[in-house]
Design a protein around this ligand. Structure first.
Ligand SMILES: [Fe+2]
Length: 353
């Protein structure tokens, strides 16, 4: 289909002449004032505008200014029409963003060739923009895919590590789900808003599977011991928090962004801290314990209670699990967060197989 050219000129003889010169190759629309041009633009999008400078009420420069301010129209190419061929006018034409200008009275061949050249340029410009957009989409989608693969590999590795001491092998998946549920509920209830935002929540969910990767360095004899641990063995077991932090730094320290890395390391190092300061490895208390680690602590203990382990059966009924969590409120866990977690009991239970 032929391109549409809008000619804006208060002189009807010029409009007719433009129609005569360009009408064979293009569809020509005419407007006899700036106002009429904008009325036309409300419902149409020409491929090019030929804009007269000297018009009563709204002159060409003013019309151009309005065009540039309007997102819908500001990329339509404009050629100015003028009888004034002074350097000042020519300079102003280009300064306002016109791609060219044509002197009046029109010389048919000059007008035609200028119009043809600008329309061709515009076509290349559009094509180039499309190509850039297409390439950007490809890059975004590949980056997303690489990030998904990385997440899967990390989760797979965490699962392998967990499976050494966990008979069900679902701890990684379960705790991630509980962390997600709790973090989103706190966000929904507008709690901890000074720390919690959408990015923080996404980072906690993504980082949760890494919380115990340090267990890879804890010997089987300790991890799989059915009875209680000696003091020495327990000390070694507790080191898994620091080991986890170091491993996280090693495997994703160079590739992940700072905020995510910080959360992943905080979860790993502090998820066994207690609200009353009696936890490990640092003995932090209350709000000294990073929020992400307080969330992880609840999810971790809830899963440990609900699932069977080599040293204990799964605890049931759910009332007993809730009782144990309630006992830990304000001693082991953040008290406010514990209330929220317990209030989600039905949704948590629904996630258990
Ligand atoms: Fe742990």
């Amino acid at each position: 289909m032929n391109e549409i050219i809008l000619v804006v000129d208060d002189d009807s003889a010029n409009l007719m002449l433009a129609q005569k010169i360009l009408g064979k190759e293009y569809r020509v629309a005419a407007a006899n004032s700036g106002m009429a041009a904008f009325k036309y633009l409300e419902k149409n999008r020409p491929d090019l505008i030929l804009l007269d400078i000297n018009m009563p009420q709204m002159d060409g420069f003013e019309a151009m200014e309005r065009l540039k301010q309007n997102e819908k129209h500001n990329n339509i190419p404009v050629i100015f029409l003028t009888a004034d061929k002074s350097v000042e006018t020519e300079t102003r034409c280009f300064q306002t963003g016109a791609l060219d200008f044509v002197g009046k009275p029109f010389v048919p061949e000059i007008l035609k060739s200028r119009v043809k050249r600008i329309l061709e340029l515009e076509k290349y410009h559009t094509k180039l923009e499309e190509m850039v957009k297409e390439q950007a989409e490809i890059i975004t989608s590949r980056t997303r895919r690489i990030s998904e693969i990385q997440e899967h590999v990390i989760e797979g590795m965490a699962n392998l590590i967990e499976s050494r001491d966990n008979s069900t092998g679902k701890h990684v998946k379960n705790t991630k789900q509980y962390v997600k549920l709790l973090a989103e509920e706190l966000w929904e209830r507008k709690m901890y808003t000074e720390i919690l935002d959408e990015e923080y929540i996404q980072n906690i969910i993504k980082a949760a599977p890494l919380h115990d990767v340090g267990k890879i360095k804890v010997p089987d004899g300790i991890l799989q011991k059915p009875g209680s641990l000696t003091e020495e063995e327990y000390t070694e077991m507790k080191r898994h928090t620091e080991y986890s932090q170091d491993i996280i730094q090693d495997i994703i320290g160079d590739v992940e962004d700072e905020k995510y890395l910080k959360i992943a390391k905080e979860i790993a190092l502090y998820h066994h801290e207690r609200w009353d300061g009696e936890g490990y490895p640092k003995g932090l208390s209350g709000e000294e314990i990073p929020l992400c680690a307080r969330i992880m602590a609840l999810a971790d203990v809830f899963d440990a209670l609900c699932e069977e382990r080599c040293y204990k059966p799964a605890i049931r009924p759910m009332d007993r699990v809730v009782e144990i969590l309630t006992e830990g409120k304000g001693t082991q866990f953040d008290p406010v967060m514990t209330d929220v977690f317990i209030s989600m009991r039905d949704r948590l239970e629904a996630l258990l197989d």
